[in-house]
Structures are given as structure tokens and as C-alpha cells.
Design a protein around this ligand. Sequence first.
Ligand code: DOR
Ligand code: ZN
Length: 346
Amino acid sequence: MQSITLRTPDDWHLHFRDDDMLAETVPATARCFARAIVMPNLVPPVVNAEQAMAYRQRILAARPVGSQFEPLMTLYLTNQTSPQDIAQAKAAGVTACKLYPAGATTNSDAAVTGISALYPVFEAMQKAGMPLLIHGEVTDSHIDIFDREKIFIETQLQPIVEAFPGLSVVFEHITTAEAAQFVTQAGANVAATITPQHLLLNRNDLLVGGVKPHNYCLPVLKRNTHQQALREVVASGNPKFFLGTDSAPHARHKKENACGCAGCYSAWSAIELYAEVFDQLGVLDKLEGFASHYGPDFYGLERNTGTITLVKSSWQVPELVALPDGTPMVPFFAGQTLNWKLEASL
Ligand code: DOR
Ligand code: ZN
């Protein structure tokens, strides 16, 4: 049997949600990732150090017995965030801050309406050595949804990066050739995460033959030329691009809905989905850098010391996952066959 062994990977972008949901989401990620950057878009959002540390404790309490999984916490920036909030968060051990333009995505209504007003906060982050994680889409109603990332780069991201050359910036879940190019040509302080869905799918997978709500996420899937650009950039082994699943659970009835939620719940098959992509591209040797090296290197953290093994063995992603209260949830890629499987879960 063919197998590959990797240094234990981390997930540099995901959503665990809270309370009962943690009993489902934390074990799913702890299955193969040693650490994860946990998004703060709870209801209400995680806006200060105290809330972040309390949330961290709830996540730790949901770890499977014996798991050493480590959540890396983030703050949700709002119009009210102050430089003092940043200093307190840094002192408390918060890893990074997340910028959502208000209205850009799930639970972002309380987020930032005027990005330039936050420049003093970015200044404090630059000083504290705290990375800024960005959902890079404009929200103006007249801008086409497929252009929102590209316009964000021109109008918001470029000015931020120019104004704060010492600020670490992660352009999260990039979806376009323009984003890949922007990050490639930017300084070493700018990196990006890429999700499995944006590598595996394009907008045809969302819209052809009927709307596929389980492939709906934000930023929305783009045309195949953009998917191709993302695949090329991961195949190149460029260390500015690393793993961030954006695994984002929503109950089935909230996805299969007249106003369906955005998000793909990929945690149970995350590393296998990426292995599929790298195998399709003929660059399995590049998977370890993307999954296990470039993220900690960018964040200035140690690489993990353990390993995981993936074996070449076909399996089907389950059609459904039941939440602790019995509510069904449809995982990303449900019912589809993957060719690599984490050894421990065989
Ligand atoms: O598809 C998405 N789902 N994109 C996001 O930015 C947020 C996430 C969620 O929280 O469900
Ligand atoms: Zn996300």
C-alpha cells in the first residue's frame, strides 16, 4: 500500500462555533491537526482578550481524552476596537486579529464599517507583532459578488500593506488569480490561506445542473481559470501559501434553505481533500510544506514534532454527520470518494 508521512499539520483558519457544537467540531479537527487558528465570528463575536480566553477554555474542554490539540485564538475587530485591546490581547496570549468588512459573510454584521478608521489599531498590531487576518471582500452593493475580492485588493489591501510594512497580513481563503498574484509579489510579511473547496471546485460546481447549497461558501467559488491559478500556486511550493480549511459548520436545514448559509464543513476529510488535490497535480511531495511547514514559519511558531500518515485507500465521505443534539449536518464532499485516508482513522 502506498503511504505518505508528514510532519503533523495545522489548520490556519477554521470555525468551531460554540457550546454544544464544540463536541462535534473540536474532535473532528483534533483528528489530524495539532493546532488551529479559531475564527472569532460567534454570536456575539469574540472582541476582547477575556472573551477569547474563555472561549479557549470551552474548546479545550471539548478535546478528546488525551488530545494535545491547541486552539490559537483570534479577536474580531470592530469599529470600537482600540490599541489597548490589542495590547491586552497580546499579553493574554491571543494569536491574531480578524478583519471582516461588515456584512461580508456569516456573523459579520458587528464588524468593521470604515477600515481606514482602524489604522491606529493596525499600528498597535504591527508594534505588538500580532498578525492581521483579513476576509478580503468589499461589500458595496453595486460591486458584483464575483469581483469583490479583486476590488478589495485594489481599494483596501494594497493601502494597508503599503501603510504597515512591518505588519504580518494573512489574506484568508483566497479565491482569485489576482489574490494569488498580489500575495506572490508582496513582501515576506504577506501570506495567504487556501481552502480545499477553492482548489477542488469552481463556480460550475455551485450552479450547473441546479444550485448546490453545500458548495456555497464566501468568498464564493470563482470561474475555473481562478481555480487553476490557485492550483498552480500550491503546486509551485511557494511558502507564502498555506493550509486553512475555513471549515464552517452549519446544520443541514440552514444550508438547504431559501436563504442558505455560507460555509463548507470539511473538518472530517480536510487533510484527505488536500492530499487529493496535490495528488491530482502530481506534487504530493509539496503537501507537507503547505500543510505543516509554511504556516508555523509565517506565524513565528515552532513546527510540530509529531507525524501523521496518509495511506492510498479509497473511502467515501459520509452523507451526514449528526450534531450532538441530533441535528443533521452535511459535510463538504458528502458521498464522494477520496483516495487518501488518514491512517489512524482507517
Ligand atoms: O463560507 C464562509 N463561512 N465564509 C466565511 O467567511 C464565514 C464562514 C462561516 O462562519 O460560516
Ligand atoms: Zn472563515
